[in-house]
Design a protein around this ligand. Structure first.
Ligand SMILES: Cc1cc2nc3c(=O)[nH]c(=O)nc-3n(C[C@H](O)[C@H](O)[C@H](O)COP(=O)(O)OP(=O)(O)OC[C@H]3O[C@@H](n4cnc5c(N)ncnc54)[C@H](O)[C@@H]3O)c2cc1C
Length: 173
């Protein structure tokens, strides 16, 4: 299992993905993403760690054993985390004096960029406010790109579209 993850590995496929990366303390942290209806996950008893992991691993039948071992050979119980995504073309009218940053503003795809984008949003808003100290609405408009807000292109809408509807991520480590 450790051989499969030198630093980080992403093994994507339509509707499913295994993603793992190394952390300090000789720890491997793995995520398994599956696009399935919520009812599908509700039928799995996640309090039974081994059986739940085996059921999830079935969805990766035929994949390299080094990758499926990230699901079945974990030291801790899998954690079910539902994910929801906005449609790629989603837009909304701005309300004066208010803006959205981070996950609230971007299409949500669990691709490892979310925290970076949220911090970038905050930095850009800070710079815009500093440059427009007497015109806060102007600063907010600069950050939001105009009267209609939309998700940033850098938030990878193609990835959000690749993982539609309900998606859950059991994490193992
Ligand atoms: C399993 C998982 C793994 C991830 N891994 C990575 C990764 O490796 N790298 C990466 O860059 N990103 C990763 N992300 C994404 C990253 O965590 C988010 O993109 C980032 O936290 C977004 O920051 P945010 O401030 O916009 O939102 P959040 O961090 O969600 O902060 C919003 C805060 O608002 C609070 N809140 C909500 N409603 C209210 C309310 N009504 N009143 C008051 N407070 C409220 C919430 O409790 C929360 O604390 C991961 C996400 C998940 C779920």
């Amino acid at each position: 299992m450790a051989r499969a993850v030198a630093v980080a590995v992403i093994a994507p496929s339509p509707g499913k993905e295994i993603f793992a990366h190394r952390e300090s303390g000789d720890t491997l942290h793995a995520y398994v993403a599956l696009s399935r209806p919520q009812d599908w996950f509700a039928a799995i008893d996640f309090t039974g760690a081994a059986a739940a992991a085996a059921r999830i691993a079935q969805e990766f039948d035929g994949w390299a054993p080094e990758l499926t071992a990230l699901i079945t050979d974990a030291d801790i119980e899998p954690v079910l985390r539902p994910h929801y995504a906005l449609p790629a073309a989603h837009r909304w009218d701005r309300v004066a004096g208010v803006t959205l940053l981070g996950d609230a503003a971007h299409l949500a795809a669990p691709n490892g960029e979310g925290a970076n984008l949220a911090m970038l949003d905050g930095a850009e808003l800070g710079k815009a406010l500093a440059a427009n100290p007497d015109a806060i609405e102007a600063a907010l408009t600069v950050v939001c790109g105009g009267p209609v807000s939309f998700a940033s292109p850098s938030s990878s809408p193609e990835l959000a579209e690749a993982l539609p509807e309900a998606q859950s991520v059991p994490s193992t480590g």
